[in-house]
Design a protein around this ligand. Structure first.
Ligand code: DX5
Ligand code: ZN
Length: 224
Protein backbone atom coordinates (compact mmCIF):
# COMPACT_ATOMS: atom_id res chain seq x y z
CA UNK A 1 0.00 0.00 0.00
CA UNK A 2 1.37 3.41 -1.00
CA UNK A 3 1.34 5.93 1.86
CA UNK A 4 2.40 9.54 2.07
CA UNK A 5 3.97 10.75 5.32
CA UNK A 6 4.12 14.56 5.50
CA UNK A 7 7.21 15.71 7.40
CA UNK A 8 6.28 18.47 9.81
CA UNK A 9 9.82 19.84 9.59
CA UNK A 10 8.70 22.22 6.84
CA UNK A 11 5.41 23.17 8.52
CA UNK A 12 4.74 26.52 10.17
CA UNK A 13 5.31 25.54 13.81
CA UNK A 14 3.15 28.42 15.01
CA UNK A 15 0.18 26.83 13.22
CA UNK A 16 1.21 23.20 13.54
CA UNK A 17 -2.18 21.64 14.31
CA UNK A 18 -3.81 23.46 11.42
CA UNK A 19 -1.05 22.48 8.98
CA UNK A 20 -1.19 18.83 10.07
CA UNK A 21 -4.95 18.72 9.74
CA UNK A 22 -4.76 20.15 6.22
CA UNK A 23 -2.18 17.54 5.15
CA UNK A 24 -4.26 14.72 6.62
CA UNK A 25 -7.39 16.00 4.92
CA UNK A 26 -5.51 15.66 1.62
CA UNK A 27 -5.09 11.91 2.17
CA UNK A 28 -1.93 11.49 4.23
CA UNK A 29 -2.19 8.41 6.45
CA UNK A 30 0.93 8.89 8.58
CA UNK A 31 2.78 11.82 10.08
CA UNK A 32 6.58 11.95 9.86
CA UNK A 33 8.21 13.61 12.86
CA UNK A 34 11.87 14.60 12.48
CA UNK A 35 13.74 14.70 15.76
CA UNK A 36 17.21 16.31 15.62
CA UNK A 37 19.61 16.96 18.49
CA UNK A 38 22.28 19.25 17.03
CA UNK A 39 24.89 16.45 17.42
CA UNK A 40 23.98 13.59 15.11
CA UNK A 41 22.85 16.20 12.58
CA UNK A 42 23.62 19.93 12.44
CA UNK A 43 20.13 21.10 13.36
CA UNK A 44 17.78 21.06 16.37
CA UNK A 45 14.04 20.44 16.09
CA UNK A 46 11.53 19.01 18.50
CA UNK A 47 11.18 16.43 21.27
CA UNK A 48 8.56 14.37 23.11
CA UNK A 49 6.38 17.33 24.31
CA UNK A 50 5.50 18.28 20.73
CA UNK A 51 4.67 14.65 19.91
CA UNK A 52 2.45 14.56 22.97
CA UNK A 53 0.61 17.74 21.93
CA UNK A 54 0.15 16.49 18.37
CA UNK A 55 -1.36 13.28 19.72
CA UNK A 56 -4.39 15.34 20.69
CA UNK A 57 -4.78 16.56 17.10
CA UNK A 58 -5.00 13.24 15.24
CA UNK A 59 -5.11 9.45 15.57
CA UNK A 60 -2.92 8.69 12.53
CA UNK A 61 0.30 6.81 13.29
CA UNK A 62 3.31 8.98 14.12
CA UNK A 63 6.43 7.92 12.26
CA UNK A 64 9.17 9.30 14.50
CA UNK A 65 12.57 9.60 12.79
CA UNK A 66 15.28 9.95 15.41
CA UNK A 67 18.34 11.82 14.17
CA UNK A 68 19.97 11.88 17.58
CA UNK A 69 22.92 10.41 19.40
CA UNK A 70 22.17 7.66 21.92
CA UNK A 71 18.64 7.04 20.59
CA UNK A 72 18.17 4.14 23.02
CA UNK A 73 17.94 6.61 25.90
CA UNK A 74 14.93 8.36 24.38
CA UNK A 75 12.78 5.45 23.12
CA UNK A 76 10.65 5.36 26.26
CA UNK A 77 10.01 9.11 26.26
CA UNK A 78 8.80 9.03 22.65
CA UNK A 79 6.74 5.89 23.26
CA UNK A 80 5.07 7.55 26.26
CA UNK A 81 4.44 10.71 24.23
CA UNK A 82 2.48 8.75 21.61
CA UNK A 83 4.90 7.60 18.92
CA UNK A 84 3.71 4.59 16.90
CA UNK A 85 6.74 3.95 14.72
CA UNK A 86 10.30 4.79 15.73
CA UNK A 87 13.18 4.73 13.27
CA UNK A 88 16.80 4.87 14.35
CA UNK A 89 19.89 5.38 12.23
CA UNK A 90 22.27 2.50 11.60
CA UNK A 91 25.07 5.07 12.07
CA UNK A 92 23.88 6.47 15.41
CA UNK A 93 24.64 3.77 17.92
CA UNK A 94 26.78 0.66 18.30
CA UNK A 95 23.97 -1.45 19.74
CA UNK A 96 21.45 -1.22 16.92
CA UNK A 97 20.04 -4.68 17.60
CA UNK A 98 19.34 -3.81 21.23
CA UNK A 99 17.65 -0.53 20.28
CA UNK A 100 15.39 -2.22 17.72
CA UNK A 101 14.41 -4.81 20.33
CA UNK A 102 13.73 -2.00 22.76
CA UNK A 103 11.36 -0.27 20.31
CA UNK A 104 9.52 -3.53 19.61
CA UNK A 105 9.27 -4.27 23.34
CA UNK A 106 7.23 -1.09 23.73
CA UNK A 107 4.76 -2.43 21.15
CA UNK A 108 5.88 0.04 18.47
CA UNK A 109 6.92 -0.54 14.87
CA UNK A 110 10.70 -0.48 14.64
CA UNK A 111 12.53 0.97 11.67
CA UNK A 112 16.16 1.36 10.69
CA UNK A 113 17.48 4.29 8.65
CA UNK A 114 20.55 4.56 6.41
CA UNK A 115 22.32 7.72 5.35
CA UNK A 116 23.31 8.21 1.69
CA UNK A 117 26.87 6.95 2.34
CA UNK A 118 25.80 3.82 4.21
CA UNK A 119 25.47 0.61 2.16
CA UNK A 120 22.32 -1.49 2.35
CA UNK A 121 24.52 -4.50 3.16
CA UNK A 122 25.20 -3.09 6.65
CA UNK A 123 21.59 -3.95 7.52
CA UNK A 124 21.73 -7.65 6.72
CA UNK A 125 21.58 -8.80 10.36
CA UNK A 126 18.60 -6.65 11.32
CA UNK A 127 16.34 -6.85 8.27
CA UNK A 128 14.35 -9.69 9.84
CA UNK A 129 13.53 -7.62 12.93
CA UNK A 130 12.35 -4.33 11.40
CA UNK A 131 8.93 -3.26 10.17
CA UNK A 132 10.39 -0.71 7.79
CA UNK A 133 13.68 0.43 6.32
CA UNK A 134 14.07 4.14 5.71
CA UNK A 135 16.44 5.10 2.91
CA UNK A 136 17.69 8.69 3.23
CA UNK A 137 17.70 10.34 -0.18
CA UNK A 138 19.36 13.50 1.19
CA UNK A 139 21.90 13.97 3.95
CA UNK A 140 19.75 14.38 7.06
CA UNK A 141 19.44 17.69 8.88
CA UNK A 142 17.35 19.97 6.71
CA UNK A 143 14.22 20.01 4.58
CA UNK A 144 14.10 21.22 1.01
CA UNK A 145 17.30 19.56 -0.25
CA UNK A 146 17.91 17.98 -3.64
CA UNK A 147 17.06 14.30 -4.12
CA UNK A 148 20.10 11.99 -4.49
CA UNK A 149 19.25 9.67 -7.43
CA UNK A 150 21.61 6.84 -6.30
CA UNK A 151 19.15 6.20 -3.44
CA UNK A 152 16.87 4.46 -5.91
CA UNK A 153 19.44 1.74 -6.48
CA UNK A 154 19.46 1.14 -2.73
CA UNK A 155 15.67 0.80 -2.78
CA UNK A 156 15.90 -1.78 -5.59
CA UNK A 157 18.60 -3.70 -3.70
CA UNK A 158 16.42 -3.78 -0.59
CA UNK A 159 13.41 -4.98 -2.56
CA UNK A 160 15.52 -7.79 -4.07
CA UNK A 161 16.88 -8.85 -0.68
CA UNK A 162 13.37 -8.85 0.77
CA UNK A 163 12.25 -11.08 -2.04
CA UNK A 164 15.21 -13.45 -1.85
CA UNK A 165 14.94 -13.82 1.94
CA UNK A 166 11.15 -13.76 2.04
CA UNK A 167 11.04 -10.87 4.55
CA UNK A 168 8.21 -8.45 5.27
CA UNK A 169 9.72 -5.01 5.94
CA UNK A 170 8.33 -2.00 4.09
CA UNK A 171 10.55 0.47 2.24
CA UNK A 172 10.36 4.18 3.02
CA UNK A 173 12.25 7.07 1.43
CA UNK A 174 12.98 10.48 2.92
CA UNK A 175 14.39 13.61 1.31
CA UNK A 176 13.72 15.56 -1.85
CA UNK A 177 10.46 13.79 -2.66
CA UNK A 178 8.19 15.96 -4.79
CA UNK A 179 6.30 15.95 -8.10
CA UNK A 180 9.51 15.27 -10.10
CA UNK A 181 10.89 12.43 -8.00
CA UNK A 182 7.89 10.62 -6.53
CA UNK A 183 7.08 8.40 -9.53
CA UNK A 184 10.62 7.03 -9.83
CA UNK A 185 10.69 6.29 -6.12
CA UNK A 186 7.48 4.27 -6.39
CA UNK A 187 8.73 2.42 -9.47
CA UNK A 188 11.92 1.50 -7.61
CA UNK A 189 9.81 -0.12 -4.87
CA UNK A 190 9.11 2.57 -2.25
CA UNK A 191 5.80 2.22 -0.40
CA UNK A 192 6.10 5.01 2.18
CA UNK A 193 7.00 8.45 0.85
CA UNK A 194 8.08 11.20 3.21
CA UNK A 195 7.61 14.73 1.91
CA UNK A 196 8.24 17.95 3.80
CA UNK A 197 8.90 20.86 1.50
CA UNK A 198 6.60 19.52 -1.22
CA UNK A 199 3.71 19.44 1.28
CA UNK A 200 4.30 22.45 3.53
CA UNK A 201 6.80 24.59 1.61
CA UNK A 202 4.32 26.39 -0.64
CA UNK A 203 0.63 26.51 -1.45
CA UNK A 204 -2.00 24.43 0.30
CA UNK A 205 -0.88 21.25 2.13
CA UNK A 206 -4.26 19.63 1.45
CA UNK A 207 -3.93 20.07 -2.32
CA UNK A 208 -0.20 19.25 -2.31
CA UNK A 209 -0.76 15.90 -0.59
CA UNK A 210 -3.56 15.06 -3.02
CA UNK A 211 -1.32 15.77 -6.03
CA UNK A 212 1.62 13.80 -4.66
CA UNK A 213 -0.55 10.78 -3.87
CA UNK A 214 -2.12 10.94 -7.31
CA UNK A 215 1.33 10.93 -8.95
CA UNK A 216 2.45 8.04 -6.72
CA UNK A 217 -0.63 5.95 -7.51
CA UNK A 218 -0.30 6.60 -11.23
CA UNK A 219 3.29 5.36 -11.04
CA UNK A 220 2.04 2.13 -9.43
CA UNK A 221 -0.36 1.62 -12.31
CA UNK A 222 2.43 2.09 -14.83
CA UNK A 223 4.59 -0.49 -13.04
CA UNK A 224 2.02 -3.33 -13.25
C1 DX5 B 1 15.75 15.44 6.60
C2 DX5 B 1 14.47 14.91 7.22
C3 DX5 B 1 13.37 14.83 6.26
C4 DX5 B 1 12.98 16.14 5.68
C5 DX5 B 1 12.42 15.91 4.33
O1 DX5 B 1 16.75 15.44 7.53
O2 DX5 B 1 14.67 13.63 7.76
O3 DX5 B 1 12.25 14.16 6.79
O4 DX5 B 1 12.07 16.84 6.44
O5 DX5 B 1 12.17 17.13 3.78
P1 DX5 B 1 12.00 17.38 2.23
O6 DX5 B 1 10.84 16.55 1.77
O7 DX5 B 1 11.77 18.82 2.18
O8 DX5 B 1 13.29 16.94 1.57
ZN1 ZN C 1 12.84 12.37 8.26
Amino acid sequence: MIELAPSILSADFARLAEEVQAALAGGATLLHVDVMDGHFVPNITIGPPVVQSLRRVTDVPFDVHLMIENPDEYISAFADAGADWISVHQEAYIHLHRTLEHIASRGLKAGVVINPATPVETLSEVLDMVDHVLVMSVNPGFGGQKFIPASLEKVRTLANIRNARNLGFRIEIDGGIGPETIANAVRAGVEILVAGNAVFGHGDPHANVGQLLKAAREATLVKV
